[in-house]
Write a protein that binds this ligand. Structure first.
Ligand SMILES: Cc1cc2nc3c(=O)[nH]c(=O)nc-3n(C[C@H](O)[C@H](O)[C@H](O)COP(=O)(O)OP(=O)(O)OC[C@H]3O[C@@H](n4cnc5c(N)ncnc54)[C@H](O)[C@@H]3O)c2cc1C
Length: 356
């Protein structure tokens, strides 16, 4: 029988799967999507996450591709003001590349990700869990882990409240685009005295930049959806560099400020980890990293429970460690986010205000 059924193959689910497979547990990893994505999303691995990946044997590729000490080039009203190298032991790398390294390691351990497998129901009894899939299949396992992102079906199935707030009006448009003619030596950050800005970060191992910008607003002040044309207008408004044409978007998205955490991270034999358990501002780049740390902790908890099923309380260790950690990350990233919002009104300041 499967020891642990993992729902979701983002960085959290893949890290957990590697932890468990290396510890000798029988795992299955399901994902609703049709295959791997190539979206830059969370673009930083910090030193703690690199340590986890190194222990799992999945750090080599990210370390070879990722870059350290990226230089933030700040502009205000179109003028170059200063350059700030980032410090610390983390690396800049796309989330899809981190997932690819983990997925490859997991495949080497004999565990393929099973795609087009959406979990819609989970029942549990004293001996295990039974997950029902959208396609009618059912899978039995000893435990289940909901690593299925901020919209987590598992959290909803368990009826665990996701407490906090969503700021519908504070949004950002995001994407991966090519920007021929723009130097790849800098993370360009343009801000404008009238408000708003655009950031273009060169993504290692690709010829694209991750774009983050305050959205265009419609006639009644509503944020307009992302598109290449809108990205170009935002670039022209804030960067004011003639002749540069953004091209070939491979990812377009909207991010809104969500500061929420699950009231519990366990219900019987089912656990929540990563974005399924907590979402918070991206300032400081802690989303993917917090999920990786959750996975490492959950892996320890499940391996000890599997090794000694009679030990009472073993399953409580995970929530005891990670619920306070999640609360801390929510408070910390909210504060970092406010610092960035205040900083970018001053010439020469940028996202470094949220990295200290
Ligand atoms: C648009 C966007 C921009 C972001 N930018 C940043 C950033 O700049 N910096 C940063 O640190 N973080 C950023 N994040 C956050 C970061 O991407 C997340 O913290 C990280 O992806 C969390 O990983 P996860 O594995 O917990 O969840 P996810 O990466 O969301 O993975 C969840 C997986 O579960 C699968 N799934 C969902 N429901 C089901 C189901 N019912 N059955 C089976 N599978 C299911 C999904 O297909 C998905 O593959 C961003 C996130 C988004 C969405």
């Amino acid at each position: 029988m499967t020891d642990v059924l993992i729902v979701g193959s983002g960085p959290t689910g893949l890290t957990l799967a590697c932890e468990l497979a290396l510890g000798g547990a029988a795992v299955r990893v399901l994902d609703a999507r049709s295959g791997p994505h190539r979206e830059s999303r969370g673009k930083g691995l910090n030193a703690d996450s690199l340590e986890v990946l190194a222990r799992l044997g999945a750090a080599e590729e990210p370390a070879a591709v990722g870059i350290r000490g990226v230089v933030l080039r700040k502009y205000f009203d179109g003028d170059h003001v200063n350059d700030t190298p980032t410090t610390g032991d983390g690396i800049l790398i796309g989330q899809w590349q981190v997932e690819e390294a983990l997925r490859r390691r997991l495949a080497g351990l004999g565990v393929p990700v099973e795609y087009e497998a959406r979990v819609t129901e989970i029942a549990q009894d004293g001996a295990g869990v039974t997950a029902r899939l959208e396609d009618g299949r059912s899978i039995r396992a000893g435990y289940a882990a909901g690593c299925d992102g901020g919209q987590s079906s598992v959290r909803k199935i368990l009826g665990i409240p996701f407490e906090g707030r969503t700021e519908e009006t504070e949004t950002m448009v995001l994407g991966d685009v090519r920007v021929p003619g723009l130097s790849r030596a800098y993370w360009h950050q343009w801000f404008t005295s009238a408000g708003g800005g655009i950031l273009l970060c060169p993504m290692p191992g690709t010829d694209s930049f991750q774009l983050q910008a305050s959205p265009e607003l419609g006639e009644s002040g509503e944020p307009l959806p992302p598109s290449l044309e809108s990205f170009q207008r935002l670039f022209d408004r804030h960067a004011r560099v003639p002749g540069i044409r953004l091209a070939d978007p491979t990812w377009l998205s909207v991010w809104r400020v969500n500061i929420r955490m699950a009231a519990r991270m366990r219900e019987g034999r089912v656990f929540l980890a990563g974005d399924a358990a907590h979402v918070h501002p991206i300032a400081g780049g802690l989303g993917m990293n917090t999920g990786i740390q959750d996975a490492a902790a959950l892996g320890r908890t499940l391996l000890s429970a599997l090794a000694d099923p009679g030990t009472r309380g073993a399953l409580d260790a995970y929530e005891a460690e990670r619920l306070p950690a999640a609360a801390h990350v929510l408070a910390d990233t909210s504060e970092r986010y406010e610092r960035v919002l205040a900083a970018v009104r001053e010439p020469g300041r940028g996202t470094e205000a949220g990295m200290d």
